[in-house]
Design a protein around this ligand. Structure first.
Ligand SMILES: NC(=O)c1ccc[n+]([C@@H]2O[C@H](COP(=O)([O-])OP(=O)(O)OC[C@H]3O[C@@H](n4cnc5c(N)ncnc54)[C@H](OP(=O)(O)O)[C@@H]3O)[C@@H](O)[C@H]2O)c1
Length: 285
């Protein structure tokens, strides 16, 4: 694999035990990268890493366990990753979820906001030193087409007054886009690019932990028409590896093409405010 596109590069894919993350890890391992995957459960992560090694013939696949909805675990994960990889070329922020009902994390935060937005925010900030030292490096974040209907409700960010799973999810996926655009602005000239993407509608375990009833029925029918995880991984693998996007930063991609995201995502004052609030909530200010 010495002459492969990603030979000599190290990549971390969060949520690499299943779905789009696993397929992304397979794609990058097949290109010769050393790949770390994360999941909540150690045994499941180790089994997934073994499966990725077997599928690609690349022995350099590492498993990390962390429940990323808990900030202490994100901090432990970042320390472990920094201890394992002397250089980190790509961070793929992929782990995420949907909950029809409001849940609260170990930190007392609403789960969708904590896992989908604050976890990648914190992990990226904790690994930024290693990424910058490895420049040129990339941060790739998996958002969703749901960003288009998202609104950042600064008055009730965590749905304490009024929770809807769809609203919380769309808000978190818009937050992924705004985080990426703000990160790109902050990293200008540092040699680290930030890209965000919609993977398409993909047949995975997504939302299975707590689906709205109507969603479950629709999902059974819609599954027939969904992309496979490998198809869903095409854009994240492209953004993590392709020389075509070297140096391109602060863009939203669909099907490997830079595309316009929601009008709200270009509000730089709101993005700066979201960054500040997130830094406060993760004690990274
Ligand atoms: N599927 C779609 O149609 C679709 C469309 C647009 C965007 N997306 C986005 O794509 C990303 C991946 O979704 P997917 O469809 O592949 O979902 P999935 O099949 O449910 O996979 C989710 C991954 O995240 C991990 N994960 C879940 N909760 C976690 C936690 N608390 N801490 C650490 N890891 C956790 C899971 O690992 P363990 O279970 O082993 O912990 C798994 O590897 C998400 O960000 C989602 O918003 C998906």
């Amino acid at each position: 694999m010495a002459d492969a596109l990603m030979a000599g590069k190290s990549v971390l894919v969060t949520g690499g035990t299943g779905g789009i993350g696993r397929a992304t890890a397979i794609g990058l391992a097949a290109l010769g990268a050393r790949v770390g995957i994360t999941g909540r459960d150690q045994a499941r992560a180790v089994a997934a890493a073994a499966g990725i090694r077997a599928a690609t013939g690349n022995a350099a696949v590492d498993a990390f366990a962390a429940d990323m909805s808990a900030q202490a675990e994100v901090r432990r994960l970042a320390a472990q990753v920094a201890g394992t990889y002397p250089r980190l070329d790509v961070l793929v922020n992929n782990a995420g979820g949907f909950w029809a009902h409001r849940n609260v994390t170990a930190d007392g935060l609403e789960r969708t906001f904590a896992l989908n937005h604050l976890a990648p925010f914190l992990l990226t900030n904790l690994l930024l030193g290693r990424l910058t030292a490895s420049a040129p490096a990339r941060v790739v974040t998996v958002s969703s087409g749901a960003q288009a209907s998202g609104r950042i409700n600064f008055e009730d960010l965590q749905g304490e007054r009024n929770y809807s799973g769809q609203r919380a999810y769309s808000q978190s996926k818009l937050a992924n886009v705004m985080f990426t655009f703000e990160l790109a602005r902050r990293l200008e000239g540092a040699g680290v690019t930030a890209a965000v993407l919609h993977p398409g509608v993909v047949r995975t375990s997504f939302g299975a932990e707590d689906q709205a009833a109507y969603f479950a029925v629709m999902a059974r029918v819609a599954r027939l028409f969904m992309k496979t995880p490998a198809q869903g991984a095409v854009t994240p693998v492209y953004l993590a590896s392709s020389p075509e996007v070297e140096g391109i930063t602060g863009r939203y991609f669909v099907s490997r093409k830079p595309t316009t995201s929601s009008k709200a995502s270009y509000d730089t004052a709101a993005a700066a405010q979201l960054w500040q609030v997130s830094a406060g909530l993760t004690a990274t200010a």
